[in-house]
Design a binder for this molecule. Structure first.
Ligand code: FE2
Length: 205
């Protein structure tokens, strides 16, 4: 019997944090240690979901509760794969499960009404995150970033968001013009890897 920290326990811990906190930063701080434990569970992600896709990063929904108050999503980055600059419009945590990624952070500056372009994106930092590291996003000022895997090894990240971001409109930003366009980034799996914590599904964890 495995003693590793299971998604079922994580679900209970996240729900407790969400019941006790409302502001994004407190929610992130509350969930962070639990995500840290979840990242140590080597059985969390079934083998068939660990392979990168040829064209772009893969995005797999692991689990979301019925009320969609949060979601757990795995991102798999093949060597050389990169995301556009994007926002999330909700709190989120990014935990590295395997390999490493480079994350660039941006802040949107309002140049004022009548200015052309109205908004400008400024790069405010770059970090290399490796297995066990956890970063976070939340609007309005810590919400825009890009992610890349410039390394030779596949990178896998486990993300936790305050909604199912596979169904919500958010934005891709153009760093040259400051313009943004609507996008919905759908999951690559039709049904969550963990549909419930009963029977066979939970045995996977
Ligand atoms: Fe992101």
């Amino acid at each position: 019997m495995s003693q590793s920290y299971q998604l079922q326990q994580f679900d209970q811990d996240v729900k407790k944090v969400l019941a006790e906190n409302t502001d994004f930063r407190s929610i992130i701080d509350g969930i962070k240690p639990y995500l840290g434990q979840l990242l140590t569970n080597k059985q969390l992600l079934p083998q068939e979901y660990r392979q990168p896709k040829g064209d772009k990063y893969a995005q797999y929904l692991l689990y979301k509760p019925e009320d969609e108050s949060y979601s757990v999503i795995a991102f798999v980055w093949g060597p050389g794969q990169i995301s556009p600059v994007h926002d999330h419009l909700i709190w989120g945590l990014v935990g590295i499960y395997e390999g490493a990624i480079v994350e660039k952070r941006y802040r949107q500056e309002d140049r004022g009404e009548g200015q052309e372009p109205r908004y400008e994106l400024r790069e405010v930092g770059e970090v290399t995150a490796k297995a066990g590291d956890i970063s976070f996003v939340y609007p309005p000022n810590y919400d825009i970033h890009s992610v890349a895997n410039p390394f030779e090894q596949t990178a896998i990240a486990i993300h936790v968001y305050g909604a199912d971001v596979g169904e919500r409109v958010r934005h891709i930003h153009d760093i040259n013009t400051g313009e943004q366009r609507d996008v919905i980034t759908k999951h690559d799996n039709a049904t969550p890897i963990y549909k419930s914590f009963d029977g066979a599904e939970f045995d996977n964890a």
